[in-house]
Design a protein around this ligand. Structure first.
Ligand code: ATP
Length: 237
């Protein structure tokens, strides 16, 4: 796996960039590097993945033409950080590709015209935060995609990292409450019918908002139930 520098100027907060034409998984490579004491921050970016991962170790289909990377930073002791990453990404996709309708599906999927187009996987590992992202920008494939050439992919990366730099500072200063209204604006409408899949049960109800620490609120039989990300999956009704 040869490494070479990526040909765009990414902001300094990202640290060292390790770039691959193909890798098993950027998330797994980031963990290997951390286990070898590689200092954070750093970025692993690949043109394709042979074993890309989603949440709960589900497979993430990652052919050439997509965008795949894991950003590692100092640990953040607040799981809502991953929702902020989603806001930054959806805002950038909306400005670069205005013809598609992007929304956030809690906690961390991005849909374009109601079908998944990107996924975010945030994990703490050995005193570091790993933010893995896959975006479907390939030409032809098994899933919904927004085909992009290399210039557009680089534009997405550059704008996304700039926004993330700004949002990480804000998150440090003000926490998730600063982002709550943005998240609500970018996700499914309040009152939408949803199903929550927990390990041993399925609960049907209505989307009733997000707490100021990033949990989803479902209303069911006049009760409000809150779910943390990492525990459950959401289906939109
Ligand atoms: P959740 O809503 O809990 O995130 P999910 O089924 O969307 O559940 P993820 O872990 O986010 O699960 O993503 C993995 C799943 O997404 C796979 O099981 C597969 O069904 C689908 N998938 C895999 N690769 C892609 C891709 N490139 N684009 C869209 N969907 C994909």
């Amino acid at each position: 796996m040869a490494t070479k520098s990526i040909e765009i100027n990414l902001p300094d907060f990202i640290g060292k960039v390790f770039s691959y034409s193909e890798i098993d998984s950027t998330q797994v490579e980031a963990k290997r590097k951390i286990a070898q004491k590689c200092p954070v921050p750093f970025l692993i970016i690949a043109k394709s993945q042979t074993g890309g991962l989603g949440r709960f170790r589900r497979k993430w289909y990652s052919p050439t033409g997509g965008i795949y990377f894991t950003l590692t930073t100092k640990p953040v002791n607040n799981p809502a950080i991953s929702l902020v990453v989603g806001i930054a990404l959806v805002e950038i996709l909306k400005t670069i590709i205005p013809e598609r309708k992007f929304i956030l599906k809690w906690p961390n999927d991005i849909l374009a015209d109601n079908e998944k187009i990107a996924g975010i996987l945030a994990e703490n590992f050995n005193n570091a935060l790993l933010i893995g992202i896959g975006i479907n920008t390939f030409e032809n494939g098994k899933f919904n995609s927004i085909p992009c050439d290399e210039n557009s992919r680089n534009e997405i990366l550059l704008k996304f990292f700039k926004k993330l730099d700004f949002y990480f500072d804000k998150f440090d200063q003000k926490g998730f409450p600063y982002f709550l209204n943005k998240y609500i604006e970018l996700t499914i409408p309040i009152g939408a019918e949803i199903e929550i899949f927990a390990p041993n049960e399925k609960i049907t109800g209505f989307f009733s908002g997000i707490t100021d620490d990033g949990r989803l609120i479902l209303e069911c039989d006049n009760k409000k139930i809150k779910f943390s990300n990492g525990e459950v999956s959401l289906r939109i009704g």
